[in-house]
Design a protein around this ligand. Sequence first.
Ligand code: SAM
Ligand code: TMP
Ligand code: ZN
Length: 417
Amino acid sequence: MMSAAAGGTRPTGTCRVCEGTVVEFLDLGRQPLSDRFLSEPDLAGEFFFHLSVGVCEACTMVQLMEEVPREKMFHEDYPYYSSGSSVMQKHFAHTARRFLETELTGPDPFMVEIGSNDGVLLRTIHEAGVRHLGFEPSGKVADVARAGGLRVRGDFFEESTAVEVRAAEGPADVIYAANTICHIPYLKSVFQGVDALLAPDGVFVFEDPYLGDILEKTSFDQIYDEHFFFFTARSVQAMAGRFGFELVDVERLPVHGGEVRYTIARAGARRPAGSVARLIAEEEDRRVASPERLGRFAADVNGIRDDLLALLRRLKAEGKRVVAYGATAKSATVTNFCGIGPELVSWVCDTTPTKQGRLTPGAHIPVRPAEAFSASAADYALLFAWNHADEIMAKEQEFRRAGGRWILYVPRVHVES
Ligand code: SAM
Ligand code: TMP
Ligand code: ZN
């Protein structure tokens, strides 16, 4: 469908939450699976889809226009291991301890995590002797958690699987998800599952990249196949209400470039904290989901592409050695949207063994181990893992001392001096 609603004729779709009309505001073109790292024989059959993002005129939910089948993204070889960052390990240990001190103090409490990955959060719950269950459909990451003694079910969380767990194990006091709810287009089924599994006074808590921060930082690389939704307090409040729940607390988090943790309870079960109304008022002031603001974001994204390409081409012409740091899922959007391949960035280093020796999705930049970086004597390093900048720059101080310079493209293209 096409619409003339938001200035000019734009493609439209149907909102996955409220069935209102979604109007596209940014087209990022033909994109690969962001976490599919390739060997030479895989190149011929590489999967591509059309990555574009729109806003629902009715409920303001920002979402992708096209859905990638979940089994193509989350499978046996899904390569993202949450424990790869020490900052994130601390974040999740702290989060788990807070749940242990607040929501999990009754007799025989039960915590369920959606997208438990390698067990980075549940391990603290397990060590405290609290009953837990992870839902993790990606095979190898789930096996890491199981090897650590955690209980993990290898299924997607949705209504049918949640109903089974409720019948077998009773109600959950906490259902938690980090960087996972925004990955799930079928949220109605997820809320039906939460309804089936959550105790009457339990909480459903999830944290995901915050649209307010994405706009502020022009971090368009948060948009890729796995990130289907871009939440605000307002859109989450509307969604919760629609499914019989209520948004009762929000907390801004510094991780992954800026996130919000949303706490949801059954409608009327808990009194909403003042933080909810405050954040919604701030979003209104900033006109976060307005067509004008989103249109400005789209224009800024095109500006970043032009500036980044111009910089990399100039450095190449000057004969500089340019590499990249962190083969992130986010970098698939940057490289494929901007047209950056190995001719501009020779290789990218990453600590994840299953990414090493492979080629990045779509752009086919070789991935090398982190040790290659210290040995490289590169002149410039494009920091794809900019959300881990403090951690990475702290351990790579030698690069700077030897004259190396970091290139960042968030919130604008610049070379760190
Ligand atoms: N929670 C971890 C973190 O914050 O680092 C992992 C986040 S990872 C980006 C998203 C995880 O969600 C993947 O491990 C994926 O397999 C899992 N996932 C995707 N859809 C899911 C679903 N419907 N139910 C449970 N897990 C899901
Ligand atoms: P993320 O931004 O989605 O968390 O992905 C970060 C990627 O960067 C992941 O592939 C691991 C990698 N990485 C490093 O190579 N070195 C590091 O120090 C950190 C923190 C991450
Ligand atoms: Zn909607």
